[in-house]
Design a protein around this ligand. Structure first.
Ligand SMILES: C[S@@+](CC[C@H](N)C(=O)[O-])C[C@H]1O[C@@H](n2cnc3c(N)ncnc32)[C@H](O)[C@@H]1O
Length: 229
């Protein structure tokens, strides 16, 4: 499918798929959305020495970059293992045109940005000390057969339900749920009532939070202790 680069309202770029009329990020600001949904309402709410993150899907790699950027602000005495699923990897010229490294003050982000795309698929590799990435090229529905450590944080970042409605229905959420650790957190830009109900049916504690620019609300959900599931 043909993709083109678009600039969003905060100046950061995204990819747009003409045939689906769908962007990889919010046109109100790709960077702001990633930081709000996945860092402020995700990573920053998880307090563990070793955090296993599962992302659906890798896309442009922007969520990996904002996560590393946040990790670099800490005293780095914890470890992050980041597992990212993607069926349709983007190409080198798209990576270059997105120019995400220029969004961050941290100078190392240029080299880090190159490394996250260059690193071999299907292998857990060190991006910087304490931050490991495994990109897995697969369909989201292959999740069931993947061997992953118990996941502490899920970045649920599929295309919208308008274009991929099945990715917002119970079977995929159930697969993700079974990969999650007790007390793990799932965060998504979606605020759909049907998604909220599915997460509640799975026994999760769901919270509505203010959304990123251009969106009133978003959802986060905690996996509870076994005896109250
Ligand atoms: C909203 S974009 C993800 C944006 C990404 N997190 C980022 O930081 O750029 C959704 C991604 O899901 C991928 N995708 C769509 N259907 C998929 C499927 N069935 N299995 C795996 N990946 C899929 C798309 O190729 C796209 O990269």
């Amino acid at each position: 499918m043909k993709r083109e680069i678009k600039t969003t309202s905060d100046g950061s770029k995204t990819l747009y798929i003409n045939d689906l009329d769908e962007c990889y990020h919010s046109h109100h600001g790709a960077l702001q959305e990633a930081e709000h949904v996945f860092i402020k309402n995700g990573l920053n709410l998880v307090n563990k020495n070793e955090i296993n993150i599962l992302e659906l899907g890798f896309g442009t790699g922007l969520n990996v970059l904002v996560t590393i950027n946040e990790y670099l602000k800490t005293n780095k005495n914890h470890v992050i293992n980041y597992f990212s699923l993607e069926k349709y990897p983007i190409n080198e010229s798209e990576v270059a045109d997105l120019d995400y490294a220029s969004l961050f003050c941290e100078q190392n982000l240029t080299l880090i940005g190159e490394k996250i795309h260059r690193i071999e698929w299907e292998k857990l590799g060190e991006i910087i000390q304490g931050f490991n990435l495994k990109k897995i090229q697969c369909d989201f529905y292959d999740l069931k057969s993947l061997t992953l450590p118990p996941i502490d944080l899920v970045y649920y970042d599929c295309f919208g339900a308008r274009v991929q409605p099945d990715l917002w229905e119970k079977p995929l959420f159930e697969m993700v749920y079974h990969k999650m650790n007790t007390n793990a957190l799932l965060t998504t830009y979606s605020s759909k009532g049907s998604v909220r109900r599915i997460l509640m049916e799975l026994g999760m504690k769901v919270e509505k939070r203010p959304g990123p620019p251009g969106k009133r609300e978003m959802l986060i959900a905690w996996k509870r202790e076994k005896n109250i599931e």
